[in-house]
Design a protein around this ligand. Structure first.
Ligand code: 3HC
Length: 318
């Protein structure tokens, strides 16, 4: 029997079939054969990931002119620029699956495509910029480190590049929160208020519980996903609670307890009604985020047209 199995594996290797490549943990590349479901699953996830990076620039962009120092302004500008770049890597990676940038943007504008729940909350004070960097980018890192091992080559390589920059994002956010927590009473109160508002939506970023995740089965079968939403959420909680304690921030969950047996924290229930309401367009800022994206996309049309005209001219000359 073993010889037969070995022979089949060799044949599979020779044929380089999709299943054989997935089995061997080989990266699937744009030119490889792939099931239509795999392609569609990736287009959905990668385009929504890209949309999230770009829409995520809005809450932080509102604070560039209000940053409390030149250094803070420089760091925030660098972070926002990074996020725009992350969006471009991910749109380009998604385009290798045969969808155009225009189609992805049209899906975003029509509501057919989503972006991360987290960016539908307002950034009310400077402490929110700290909470976004520390909690939102912190959560994104946990998810994206896992995605470095996703089976689709262009996505995995984009994640490796993005994770390097996310670590700076998370550190600068934590530095803002640490500074405010060692500041005046008013600053400490501002930081705790931001923690109270961003903690639970950050946990929702990891997506529904596995049992409610309609696509998880395929995501694991095709090795798009390497860890469950709940495993990643737990990893984030266990790491972040300790960081909060070091700077004196209280996690807004009165059921949070260290579970010595599990060696991780038990936590209170997540408000999934809020999650579904926000991702279905009823969050505090959904309308504002989309209106702004549509306005700026229209205003930027001349740049795209000029770049296309230049490309066509160059093409004619060569
Ligand atoms: N926000 C918005 N929608 C979400 C969501 C979230 N956090 N989690 C799930 N959903 C949506 C899904 O899109 C799906 O809706 P659809 O059928 O209309 O597409 C529905 O809820 C059911 O979700 P799934 O069961 O399919 O969720 P998954 O198991 O696929 O997990 C995910 C969702 C964890 C977001 C996964 O898609 C993923 O890992 N995506 C890549 C990472 C990503 O997109 N991160 C966004 C943040 S980027 C960021 O934070 C930028 C940083 O630099 C600041």
């Amino acid at each position: 029997m073993e010889l037969l199995e070995k022979n089949e594996k060799l044949q599979d290797k020779a044929s380089g079939s999709f299943e054989a490549k997935i089995e061997r943990d080989d990266a699937i590349e744009p030119r490889d054969n792939m099931p239509e479901g795999y392609r569609k699953h990736l287009i959905r996830q990668m385009s929504q990931h890209a949309h999230s990076e770009v829409i995520g620039m809005q809450p932080e962009g509102n604070w560039i002119t209000r940053a409390p120092s030149l250094r803070a302004k420089q760091i925030l500008l660098a972070k926002i620029q990074d996020e725009g770049g992350h969006g471009l890597y991910l749109y380009s990676a998604a385009e290798t699956l045969g969808i155009s940038r225009d189609e992805m943007i049209a899906q975003l504008h029509s509501g057919k495509a989503k972006y991360s729940n987290i960016f539908n909350y307002p950034a009310l004070t400077w402490a929110d910029i700290g909470a976004i960097g520390w909690l939102v980018d912190g959560a994104a890192i946990v998810n994206q480190v896992s995605l470095q091992r996703t089976s689709y080559g262009p996505y995995s390589r984009a994640m490796v590049r993005i994770c390097k920059e996310e670590s700076f994002h998370q550190r600068q956010g934590y530095e803002i929160m640490a500074k405010m927590m060692s500041g005046t009473a008013a600053q400490r109160e501002m930081a705790q208020d931001a923690m109270n508002r961003w903690w639970w939506p950050s946990l929702m970023m990891f997506g529904p519980h596995e049992s409610e995740s309609p696509r998880s089965g395929d995501a694991f079968k095709w090795k798009i996903k390497r860890s469950t939403n709940d495993e990643l959420r737990q990893k984030f909680i266990d790491k972040t609670v300790q960081q909060a304690e070091v700077i004196g921030l209280k996690v807004p969950d009165d059921q949070l307890r260290w579970n010595e047996e599990k060696k991780s924290y038990d936590h209170g229930p997540i408000n999934w009604d809020e999650f579904h309401s926000v991702i279905n367009g009823n969050g505090p800022c959904n309308k504002q985020r989309m209106a702004h994206h549509k306005k700026v996309h229209a205003e930027g049309a001349w740049v795209r047209e000029a770049a296309e005209a230049y490309r066509l001219k160059e093409e004619k000359l060569n």
